[in-house]
Design a protein. Structure first.
Length: 103
């Protein structure tokens, strides 16, 4: 019979059993320093232009990002903080790449 190895994790000068790190999801102490905001200035300008055109002029956004723009416009009209989901972010990034390549 093979016994399970005893693996321990050293974190902040303390030894923990390996499963503690998984079970309790012990994150880096300064986790916020490791994460950067992926939304850059060009992304913000693109979204701002399409949301403003949709709300103020009634112009429909491009098909590839229409759902994203309408969701963000809905957030604005409801007085909520604008929230963009990962899939929407990827769709806008792909649209921006496509339109930049076409210029």
């Amino acid at each position: 019979m093979v016994s399970k190895p005893s693996i321990h994790v050293i974190w902040q000068n303390t030894v923990y059993p390996w499963w503690w790190k998984v079970a309790y999801l012990i994150l880096h102490e300064n986790f916020g320093d490791l994460v950067t905001n992926p939304v850059d200035e060009a992304f913000g300008r693109a979204i701002n232009a399409h949301v403003n055109a949709y709300l103020n002029k009634g112009t429909m956004p491009p098909t590839e990002i229409a759902a994203t723009v309408m969701n963000l416009a809905d957030d604005v009209m409801a007085g909520r903080k604008m929230t963009i989901r990962a899939g929407d972010y990827i769709a806008v990034q792909n649209y921006m790449k496509k339109t930049a390549a076409g210029k």
